[in-house]
Design a protein. Structure first.
Length: 135
């Protein structure tokens, strides 16, 4: 078993996601269910509500492990949101491939792409002129 208590919060969330995903892909019935689910509008809508509750709970769970700082809650929320979105992105790619891609390799590629995008393509601050508040 994994000792998730000994991992940094982001690593623990991703490790738990990998355990869930690999358990799922090891069961052909689960693979078929997930494939059907990923194509269902109702599933996507229901899972959004579930994922929001899960995001809130995970944020509260990892908050004690985030170093004390003024924006501690925002850091915890960013870790949780990023990890869950990484997992969901990898699952979407996997589902779109007809479950032919390796899920862990897909997650690793997704992480690498997100790192590149966040370091190279996402703005680092609000650009001058975007703020339309009155002085």
């Amino acid at each position: 078993g994994l000792l998730l208590d000994e991992l940094a919060p982001a690593d623990a969330i991703l490790a738990a996601s990998i355990v869930q995903m690999t358990d799922m892909v090891n069961d052909p019935d689960d693979v078929a269910r997930m494939q059907r689910s990923m194509k269902s509008k109702d599933f996507v809508e229901r899972s959004s509500a579930f994922q929001n509750r899960w995001r809130n709970e995970l944020t509260r769970t990892i908050l004690p492990f985030v170093p004390d700082q003024p924006d501690r809650f925002v850091v915890a929320r960013a870790i949780v949101t990023s990890c869950l979105d990484l997992r969901n992105s990898a699952l979407s790619v996997w589902a779109a491939s007809g479950s032919e891609t390796d899920l862990v390799e897909t997650l690793n590629r997704t992480i690498a792409i997100w790192k590149r995008v966040w370091s190279d393509e996402v703005p680092t601050h609000v650009a001058e002129g975007y703020d339309r508040r009155e002085p």
